[in-house]
Design a binder for this molecule. Structure first.
Ligand code: 13P
Length: 250
């Protein structure tokens, strides 16, 4: 059985005050979220505050990105060891906003994945096609290419200890969610692709859906066979909305 997982990607939102209020709200409502594993990925500058506030709670913390380098002259970057210094268990890699706005290509994302898992962080590998790619019928080839970059560098076994997030770019922050059938189709394709290389890895790996998930559509999405939870953007910034999504993951 794959344990459902819900992570909030706060992106570049919030303030010290709003982070405190948001986490207080999430912690207060966690009592009835018994099934899902839950994590938040705050802007790096708030991770120390979040770590303090999450002490003793089951909610995990993750980075939104990580450097391929261990230390040194890499202005603006954050290393795996720094994330771990503040008790992060996870890090996103290859979010579409990193790929598009920061020019991260498949090879760089694969290296980030590799250093994160070598350090013992759980990478949350984000993959997904743009609207143009979907309309050109390229969804499967795009997610295949994105997965292959990681598999070629680290082998299929490396995916055993990671989380995959399928986030169709056209559904991110647009209010346009993939239908549960559309999402399930791609999730099933991903799992099948992995099964051709290693059945156990395919069966065990959690594949999250991300892209305009809300309290109102989460249950239907998470009810699909190959959808094991969600990576939540906008709706993770309000405690009640996020909790409703966490409750839908069972
Ligand atoms: P939204 O939930 O705001 O569409 O964002 C999804 C996302 O990018 C999570 O990483």
């Amino acid at each position: 059985m794959r344990k459902p997982f819900v992570a909030g990607n706060w992106k570049m939102n919030g303030s010290r005050d709003s982070v405190r209020t948001l986490l207080d709200g999430i912690k207060a409502g966690m009592a009835d979220v018994s099934v899902a594993e839950v994590a938040v990925c705050p802007p790096a500058i708030y991770i120390a505050d979040v770590q303090q506030q999450l002490e003793g709670s089951a909610i995990g913390c993750g980075g939104q990105d990580v450097s391929t380098q261990a230390s040194g002259a890499f202005t603006g970057e954050i290393s795996t060891a720094m994330l771990q210094d503040f008790a992060c268990r996870y890090t996103l890699v290859g979010h579409s906003e990193r790929r598009t706005l920061h020019g991260e290509d498949d090879a760089l994302v694969a290296r980030k994945f590799s250093v994160a898992s070598a350090a013992g962080l759980i990478p949350i590998l984000c993959i997904g096609e743009t609207l143009q790619e979907r309309e050109a019928n390229e969804t499967e080839s795009v997610v295949s290419r994105q997965l292959d970059a990681v598999i070629e560098l680290d082998g299929i076994e490396a995916l055993a200890d990671c989380i995959i997030a399928y986030e169709p770019v056209w559904a991110i922050g647009t209010g346009k969610t993939a239908s549960s059938a559309q999402a399930q189709e791609v999730h099933a394709f991903i799992r099948q692709k992995l099964a051709e290389l290693n059945a156990d890895v395919a069966e065990g790996v959690r594949i999250l859906y991300g892209g305009s998930v809300k309290g109102s559509n989460a249950e239907e999405l998470f009810g699909q066979t190959d959808i094991d939870g969600g990576l939540i953007g906008g709706a993770s910034l309000m405690a009640d909305d996020f909790l409703a999504i966490c409750r839908a993951a069972r």
